[in-house]
Design a protein. Structure first.
Length: 159
């Protein structure tokens, strides 16, 4: 979905996600340098990034346990691989305790999400994603990843 479409739709989702999307839509990131920008302490924060995309065949799917990601492309083009959560997969690298990230083997059923500037994708804890893949040729992109504590979502679901 495009951020610009948010003004034309109601947001039937948890308020914290809607607030994060409106933050993405309404913030001028053009002069922001790569880094971490707190929105609500460690509960919600933005990571401004400028990675170089990699070939589709490179990299492993990742997932998180404590945060959900809203990944928004600001400049360039990016493909993100996506696969549903699958708790039975063996972790090839497990840094969930230290960095809230784990990597698993490539998935045969991976879907390709093509993002152009202004588009975003939301990945809930456990959902596999392989960001920063090149659509055609590797290129420097600028993106923002909003991290939202899963505890905030769990509280909403419990209420």
């Amino acid at each position: 979905m495009f951020l610009s479409h948010l003004q034309h739709h109601t947001l039937p989702m948890p308020a914290v996600i809607a607030t994060a999307l409106l933050y993405l839509r309404d913030t001028d990131f053009s002069e922001m340098q790569p880094g971490k920008y707190p929105i609500d302490g460690d509960n919600v924060f933005a990571l401004v990034q400028d990675p170089l995309t990699q070939p589709w065949d490179a990299g492993l799917p990742e997932f998180h346990a404590r945060y959900l990601d809203i990944q928004c492309l600001l400049d360039g083009e990016e493909v993100i691989g996506y696969s549903p959560a699958n708790a039975s997969l063996d972790k090839m690298t497990d840094q969930l305790a230290e960095r809230d990230i784990a990597f698993v083997a490539r998935q045969a059923d991976e879907t390709r999400l093509v993002l152009t500037p202004g588009m975003f994708a939301i990945f809930f804890p456990g959902e596999l994603h392989r960001p920063c893949r090149a659509l055609h040729q590797p290129m420097r992109i600028k993106k923002v990843v909003i991290k939202i504590s899963a505890d905030l979502i769990h509280k909403i679901v419990a209420e």
